[in-house]
Design a protein around this ligand. Structure first.
Ligand code: MN
Length: 241
């Protein structure tokens, strides 16, 4: 596949083609994200990608109740907002990544950027988690973590520090930056894809990601996600892509 960007604005013909292709997950250019689907009742060019597992599959680390609000209300809300914002504009025909890159840094397009980037970040987050995840990476990813952080335990310390240290709403990321991996944090909707970095994994540290299950204990949420849910296969796919 060419270096195309993740594409959410499928038209009907391409959507039918994707159904015929049959696979739930494809590598979209650089990043392995789920194939978009047009949800029932969706209106507008952008759609909520399917959750890659049932809403109770991450329990007890993340409850079905949290997933219900986070995916069903917050993530869907960003999709609905973006569809309203781009209606009748040239952005309605663009891919989600193109909309993000066309709106970043624009005062007039702040709402477009925030909602588009949040759609992208959340899809990436759901794929950064999996039932019975956690553990350690293997192969080239494990070697690059050792080269970049010294050892895996040091990576975990730095990742947890970024996730708990992000002031207010935002995200912690493992990214490929040049020849090495790095841990970063971004505020609100900000995303590494507008900073020349290739994201491998993320943890959402907005309060809506953990407050129902952990209240104010963000550090407990981050530690539990790293130990039980983080999807090292997804990170390895992103590194190899
Ligand atoms: Mn969120």
């Amino acid at each position: 596949m060419s270096a195309m960007l993740p594409e959410y604005s499928l038209n009907r013909r391409r959507f039918l083609t994707s159904l015929l292709a049959g696979s739930a997950v494809l590598a979209f250019g650089e990043l392995a994200l789920p194939r978009p689907a047009r949800a029932a009742g969706a209106s507008g060019p952008f759609t909520l990608p399917p959750l890659p597992y049932p809403d109770n599959a991450l329990s007890p680390t993340i409850s079905a109740n949290t997933i219900g609000f986070h995916y069903g209300k917050h993530h869907q809300g960003y999709v609905n907002n973006l569809n309203q914002l781009v209606a009748g504009t040239s952005l309605a025909d663009q891919s989600l990544e193109a909309v993000i890159k066309a709106s970043v840094g624009s005062v007039e397009k702040t709402a477009v950027f925030n909602n588009a980037a949040q759609i992208w970040n959340h899809t990436f987050y759901w794929n950064s988690l999996r039932p019975k995840g956690g553990g350690k990476p293997t192969g080239p990813l494990a070697e690059l973590i050792e080269k970049s952080f010294g050892n895996f335990d040091q990576f975990k310390i730095e990742f947890a520090k970024a996730a708990t240290g992000q002031f207010g709403s935002g995200w912690a990321w493992l990214v490929k930056d040049g020849d090495k991996l790095a841990v970063t944090k971004t505020g609100n909707a900000d995303t590494p894809i507008v900073h020349g970095q290739k994201p491998l994994l993320t943890i959402d540290v907005w309060e809506h990601a953990y407050y129902l299950d952990y209240q104010n204990r963000r550090a407990d949420y981050v530690a539990a996600v790293l130990d039980n849910l983080i999807n090292w296969e997804f990170a390895a796919q992103n590194l190899a892509a």
